[in-house]
Write a protein of this length. Structure first.
Length: 317
């Protein structure tokens, strides 16, 4: 029996040694952000280049999901604020606080923003972002901030896979990265107009979703994961003495005037609530979840007024 157990232990140790070695091997951030080129229209590579290679400063950074990408027209906002301020839209497709933490961490390692605007939606996403294991530093990947993390093994698997590809690209194929993307702005242009049917379907889906209420005890446990990452983000921000605010970007059909966890957010920072009547017009939506160019123009003008009154007085130039 002892020999069988020893053989089993030896077998698993032989499997684990290369896996452990992968996580100990240096993992290139530049590789990571270019490796996800087929996701979110290669926005990851642009984010990496804008933060780490572009010498233009970032004074105001917007961090969130694709709602953020399609909400804030940085170039227009800069023109309204004056040449003194440089704004950058660092939104990335889909929800996930852990990915936003990774992007914020990269930002603060290379830039010194004066203000960070964090997106909040109707509710907190309880799961890990599917791109997190590809971009996360190894320590952040291995050491989850909470014991309850249902995507932990998934993240480890894909994190190991990405590191294997990085090893091959670096030491075997000697791959080179594309030329630096020197664009300044991350706003996602869209002139499409959502159909009324799309908005109606979204509203119906939200009515059903809001009617289903999970027991409070279960939701409390599920919230630990995203809020742990939000708290890690705020810790990083405060360590640098940077101002931050939340901005609420709901879908068209939820009809929730404030986010579900507004009381929690308000204890941490102000929440900017967008103008509801104007954005209820279906002509301002690209689809049921995202604003189009007309809608984002209204939201961007509104946001500039918030920034001017709170943080960024208009330049005298």
């Amino acid at each position: 029996m002892k020999q069988i157990l020893l053989k089993i232990a030896l077998f698993f140790s032989l499997i684990m040694i290369p896996i452990v070695a992968l996580f100990l091997t240096p993992y290139s951030k530049e590789f990571a952000y270019h490796y996800i080129e087929n996701d979110c229209y290669n926005h990851g590579a642009w984010i990496f280049d804008r933060i780490t290679k572009n010498q233009i400063p970032i004074d105001v950074a917007f961090i969130g999901s694709s709602h953020t990408i399609h909400a804030f027209q940085e170039k227009k906002m800069e023109e309204m604020l004056g040449s003194e301020y440089h704004l950058t839209n660092l939104g990335y497709c889909r929800y996930g606080r852990n990915l936003q933490y990774v992007i914020l961490k990269l930002l603060l390692q290379h830039k010194s923003p004066k203000l960070i605007v964090l997106e909040v939606s109707e509710d907190e996403e309880k799961n890990s972002h599917d791109i997190f294991p590809y971009l996360a530093e190894t320590n952040d990947l291995i050491f989850s901030p909470t014991l309850i993390n249902r995507d932990y093994l998934f993240d480890l698997y894909h994190g190991a896979s990405a590191r294997l590809e990085c090893f091959k690209a670096t030491y075997i194929f000697d791959e080179r990265f594309p030329e630096t993307d020197d664009r300044l702005y991350g706003y996602g242009e869209a002139d499409r107009i959502a159909t009324k049917e799309e908005l109606t379907e979204n509203e119906t889906a939200w009515r059903k979703r809001l009617a289903r209420k999970a027991p409070e005890s279960i939701e409390k446990v599920q919230l630990r994961y995203p809020l742990a990452y939000l708290e890690k983000m705020i810790t990083l921000i405060k360590e640098k003495n940077i101002s931050f605010v939340f901005v609420y970007l709901p879908e068209s059909g939820s009809k929730l005037k404030t986010p579900k966890h507004a009381n929690y957010y308000q204890k941490l920072a102000p929440i900017f609530l967008p103008p509801q009547p104007e954005l209820s017009n279906h002509a301002y939506w690209m689809d049921a979840s995202h604003l189009n160019d007309k809608g984002s123009e209204i939201l961007s003008e509104w946001m500039v007024k918030q920034l001017q009154s709170e943080f960024c007085p208009k330049s005298s130039e």
